[in-house]
Design a protein around this ligand. Structure first.
Ligand SMILES: C[S@@+](CC[C@H](N)C(=O)[O-])C[C@H]1O[C@@H](n2cnc3c(N)ncnc32)[C@H](O)[C@@H]1O
Ligand SMILES: [Zn+2]
Length: 423
């Protein structure tokens, strides 16, 4: 936690400012606080692994006691919920240091369908669509004009996009689950400022702190929708931008749908910021076809009809709603690797790729990725070596657009045999 985050943080319960306690819990390097306790007039909250945890429950109280006893490793284990059974595996993971990948960490911290969703998140259709929306909006003058908040941001896949789009701005990632934030800070989006908080409670931030607020693929899981909508608009301010890719509609069919509403009801929650709606299917098609994104023609709830999901963009900056030109994939922020959905076989100097879904459920939910990921592909390059020659470069752009090659964090997946070059 950078010390300046304290200027933005507010207690979710009393709304008060937070003070950092100078006691045995505190460890800091310059302006970065690694562990400590912050307090307001009503509560104390732990900072563990550089992450302020703005929740008041038995787990956070235990972590505070452990921190104050100088037991920082135990406080981390408490917040990561690696109890007795998983503790040995977690210690082994930590002992591997930078050799342990995101995939390895998920195997310990979330060995379930949610973990699978996160591991393959960089190429699933809802990510491809949401990523395209965020990249398009970055072209609008004034969009993401300051700090950005990614609420319910999971382990930071889209936060990584936001960090790359706005390298000079602070990007705050908020989620209820500490382990997701810890992975984001450690691997997925190391530059972001994570804050652990519950979206069913008032957001722990000062009014108007974030000119842009993103919430992707999560709003239906929130019970207190009315409050969260008001809270998102409070922290965004009157001139702010709220972007909500992939809202499940109660009028359509969705996997893991959550507590859905009709398009009209979602829209009504954000009326104060003049929301517009766009069918996800059309946005995905435009993202796949690489012909830019048309945000000039929003759809009414009636026009959306039984579309399973849609994207809501709310802002009074009407110039945001226009057609956006396609963007090139851009500089590689991490390393290029073969999408982990592919089995990679060497054939001399060529490489054969075969699409293999992790399980049937994944194939059923995200199979639409076959619109851009070919079932098999033979590349006349050796993917174990550097792809630096000019002839290969144009192909690399195409393979990146199709998500066959992914720009992932250095420690994300695979072994050296799957590494291509970064830049
Ligand atoms: C399907 S994931 C989407 C993650 C990320 N926004 C993305 O698009 O990659 C839903 C996320 O919502 C978070 N979430 C669910 N309920 C929450 C709550 N009450 N407060 C904060 N986050 C919550 C989950 O922890 C999870 O990370
Ligand atoms: Zn308080």
């Amino acid at each position: 936690m950078h010390i300046t985050l304290l200027d933005l943080l507010r207690c979710p319960f009393c709304g008060g400012r937070l003070t950092l306690e100078d006691n045995a819990a505190l460890t800091r390097t310059g302006d970065e606080v690694d562990t400590g306790v912050v307090w307001c007039e009503c509560c104390a909250f732990p900072v563990v692994g550089g992450i302020p945890v703005m929740r008041a429950d038995d787990t956070t109280r235990r972590a505070i006691h452990q921190l104050e006893a100088g037991d920082h490793a135990e406080a981390l284990a408490t917040m990561l919920d690696v109890g007795d059974e998983r503790r040995a595996d977690f210690d082994a993971l930590l002992a591997r240091g930078a050799a342990a990948t995101y995939q390895d960490a998920i195997a310990v911290l979330s060995p379930d369908p949610e973990g699978t969703y996160f591991v393959y998140r960089f190429s699933d259709p809802t990510f491809v669509m949401a990523d395209a929306v965020l990249r398009a909006l970055a072209q609008a003058p004034g969009a993401y004009a300051g700090r950005v908040l990614d609420i319910c941001g999971g382990s930071g896949h889209l936060t990584r996009t936001l960090c790359a789009l706005r390298p000079d701005h602070e990007v705050v990632l908020a989620d209820m689950f500490f382990w997701k934030l810890w992975l984001a800070r450690t691997i997925t989006a190391p530059r972001c400022q994570p804050v652990c908080c519950d979206g069913n409670q008032p957001l722990p931030f000062a009014r108007g702190s974030f000119p842009a607020v993103v919430l992707s693929d999560a709003f239906p899981y929130i019970w207190q929708k009315r409050m969260l909508a008001e809270e998102m608009m409070r922290v965004a301010g009157d001139d702010g931008l709220v972007v909500m890719p992939h809202l499940h509609s109660s009028l359509g069919e969705n996997f893991s749908a959550g507590m859905t509403l009709t398009p009209e009801s979602y829209r009504n929650l954000f009326l104060a910021l003049e929301p517009r709606l766009f069918a996800d299917q059309a946005l995905l098609t435009q993202a796949i076809e690489g012909r830019g994104l048309d945000l000039s023609r929003p759809q009414s709830p009636e026009e959306l009809g039984h579309e399973p999901s849609f994207t809501l963009i709310a802002t009074r900056q009407s110039r945001v709603f226009r057609h956006y030109e396609p963007l090139s994939p851009g500089l590689v922020a991490g390393v290029l690797r073969v999408n982990p959905l592919y089995e990679v076989t060497r054939r001399g100097w060529a490489t054969e790729l075969t699409l293999r879904f992790p399980n049937e459920e994944y194939a059923e939910e995200f199979g639409e990725c076959r619109r851009y990921l070919p079932d098999t592909l033979t590349l006349d390059v050796d993917l174990t070596g550097p792809l630096a020659d000019a002839g290969a470069l144009s192909r690399i752009d195409d393979l990146r657009r199709r998500r066959v090659l992914l720009d992932v964090p250095t420690r994300y997946c695979g072994g050296a045999d799957r590494a291509a070059t970064g830049s």
